[in-house]
Design a protein. Structure first.
Length: 310
């Protein structure tokens, strides 16, 4: 069973810089992590969707997590993805993350196999039992094709199986209901993290305990300012910062939709922005995705300039 966790506030899902040969670029990853910590993040999420975890092999995953944990050096906690199609593999990756120094792990519902709520609940209970660090539930139905119900999340929270939820469901109404229920049921230590880049101010004001925005790789200082404004009760400043970040999020439109989709446009644009900013050495991304080309990178540069990052 899991326990309460210190994860709250701004917890970016760290991208995994790769060299042109698609090996983990350690020096770039060290710079990226140091830049985010210097900007004031409250934690780091390694091996999530933005980190290309399902496209990396175990050696790449282990190396990336080792570098992130070492570079963080205890200054902020690190949570690590244990995202696999089934329970045994997810438990194995959770144990590896714990061994490599992660302070918590995160798992999705099973995928590829067709599952219902009973199988999903059994999955989370089994993964939690496999490790001695807290477990987070990652609600991302667009990728795993199962939506975690609020009833299931609350039951697992009350039973101490999960310490929090990372909501990337796109169902902001459902997440708002969960926030109300978490408060009403006295789950004060349960972490509620939104992964919706363009709704962070609204979700924090609604009671979320933090955010996990992939765009924070590109502008961690902007999201740190947003969090600080909400904490200070300055709604106008939070809204202004969020609206600037919404403009920055237009980088996901830089890739040609005729030859790219989903993660190429998301993680691919984040990496391209970081490359343009000089944080990482290459915008290379795992197969079968593709790196943004020169013309697309130029469009990313224009957006960076328009929001004052260049």
């Amino acid at each position: 069973m899991t326990t309460a966790t210190p994860f709250h506030g701004l917890v970016p899902p760290v991208v995994t810089p790769l060299g042109e040969d698609l090996t983990v670029d350690v020096a770039s990853l060290e710079r990226l992590v140091a830049r985010m910590i210097d900007a004031g993040v409250d934690g780091l999420f390694a091996l999530g969707s933005s980190g290309e975890t399902v496209l990396l092999d175990d050696a790449q995953r282990d190396l990336a997590l080792e570098v992130i944990v070492k570079t963080a050096d205890g200054r902020v906690p690190v949570i690590a993805g244990a995202i696999e199609p089934g329970t045994a593999r997810s438990a194995e990756r959770a144990r590896a993350a714990e061994r490599l120094g992660a302070q918590a792990v995160v798992a999705t519902a099973p995928f590829y196999v067709i599952v219902g709520p009973h199988e999903i609940e059994r999955h989370f209970r089994s993964v939690a039992a496999a490790v001695d660090v807290p477990l987070f539930a990652y609600d991302i139905p667009v990728c795993v094709h199962s939506k975690l119900s609020n009833d299931l999340v609350l039951r697992l929270a009350h039973d101490g199986v999960i310490a929090g939820v990372k909501d990337s469901s796109g169902d902001d109404v459902g997440f708002r209901h969960l926030l109300v229920q978490v408060a009403a049921e006295g789950l004060s230590d349960f972490a509620t993290l939104t992964g919706h880049e363009v709704m962070v101010d609204s979700m924090l004001l609604a009671g979320a305990s933090g955010s996990v925005p992939g765009l924070a790789n590109v502008d961690p200082a902007g999201y740190a300012r947003l969090h600080a404004a909400v904490a200070a009760g300055d709604v106008a400043a939070a809204r202004a910062e969020q609206e600037r970040l919404i403009q920055l999020f237009r980088i996901v439109d830089a890739a040609d939709p005729a030859t790219s989709a989903g993660m190429t446009r998301g993680a691919g644009s984040f990496k391209t922005a970081l490359h343009v900013l000089g944080v990482i050495d290459s915008n290379a991304i795992s197969l079968p995705l593709r790196a943004l080309d020169d013309a697309e990178s130029g469009r990313v540069r224009e957006v960076l300039e328009s929001v004052g990052l260049l």
